[in-house]
Design a protein around this ligand. Sequence first.
Ligand code: BG6
Length: 516
Amino acid sequence: MTDKFHIQEIAPEEIPEPRRPEPSKMVIFGASGDLTSRKLIPALYSLHLKGRLPRGFTIVGSSRTAYSHEEFRREMRQAVEEFGDDPVITSKWAPFAEGLFYSPGNIKNAEDYEKLDGFLRGLSDEGENADNRLYYLAVAPQFYADAVTNLGAAGMTAENDGWRRIVVEKPFGHDLASAQALNSTIHQSFGENQIYRIDHYLGKETVQNIMVFRFANAIFEPLWNRNYIDHVQITVAESVGIGERGGYYDTAGVLRDMFQNHLLQLLTLTAMEPPIAFEATALRDEKVKVLRALRPIGVADTAERTVRGQYVAGQVMGEKVRGYRDETDIGPNSQTATYAALKLHIDNWRWQGVPFYLRSGKQLATKTTQIMIQFKCAPHLMFSSPAGEGLPPNLLGICIQPDEGMHLRFETKVPGAGMTLRSVDMEFHHRPTFGEDALPSAYERLLLDALQGDQSLFARSDEIELAWSLVDSIHAGWETDAAPELDFYEPGGWGPDTARHFIGQDGRRWREVCGH
Ligand code: BG6
């Protein structure tokens, strides 16, 4: 009889129910905006269907639009029908809608906050005395400072009769100086333990799984260092352009839009030392140590360690697409990068000599986010390989999206005479294992964590500022004659040619290990 590994299946009803957050209210500033309709309300409705919201939870939308409560509820129902994953069934929607309210107000107007405060105090609290509140800034970044200052001035941030927390969306500043100024403005009204700076990548199940993969398994961590790893690649490719966001994007570019936040978050989780606990301070301390160990990219290094590109007109999957400079609100001479690749070094014991190559761009061949760990080749070849070729290295692909899972590539013998080798993949995929619905939206997880007071998956002020220092130094280099040429690339491919030479000159190549 063969002895088989036996993995105990856990039935869904056996999975322990997570703790429900305590009674609380949520205020959404920017309630008539896109983020509220596309992400926040659909995520809150999903949480409601799963029974995860606090008892008697109320959501108060606020913006300048003059909705009545009923109009707001109707708008939000339409939003969930259009953008949500869950069907809207009246019997389930009705109790959710009962907790939806609207309080019109101008975010710049101090008196409107007093009205809002009065309205919040008037809402019943399910018999609980606490007036716990989560404020969510779903507004354009230029209003963040007004909102926090006005909340502070109206006495709405003091935790005398319940907790007060604030969620701040990205972009958090435009550069280091503006991020520091914003941190200091927010700190005048809120303590750091009340602030939840969102990066939706941290809410993705597969991003959290990086930590489980590394620290709940004993077999990978011993290899996770300069002795066994040749280099790491982090790719965040998008098959779309900038859409109608030209006004924002042209002042941001890919480094601010994607690297300062998402790619550096992926880098820190991949490279950090094991935290002593899965707890906000321990986790964020380790991430910050990685950012502090990043070798700066000085002006003189930009040509060698960075690539910048911009898409031209062409075709993606048979569809004609406009060039970046023809997009709405983009000038004909814009120098903004829609693609970048970086070579980063982490100057600590674990990673000395192991480059991390990061790349991200718009209008590429496909949408995929993946982290690829390339191990060193076997030290001695006892099998013959085609002339001039060594054995392929082992690769580990951490596939963040869309085909979430892990791929481990190794060599195997092709059956038959001789010793011919071929690379094969051992694969794990989330969906077939846990079910199609097992991956909740990032916003569900993050909203729930904020309601529960868990800051682990939110960025701390020092993390944000260190990430900006790196991005600022690259932008400073890009402003000088030392900058690499802005390389124009055809849509539907893998970015500019210079990106291939960039990694190629180190004797390496970009790899797409995960399925798309
Ligand atoms: C956002 C960027 O933060 O992330 C967008 O502003 C980008 O430009 C998006 O398209 C990508 O997120 P996701 O979850 O689709 O990979």
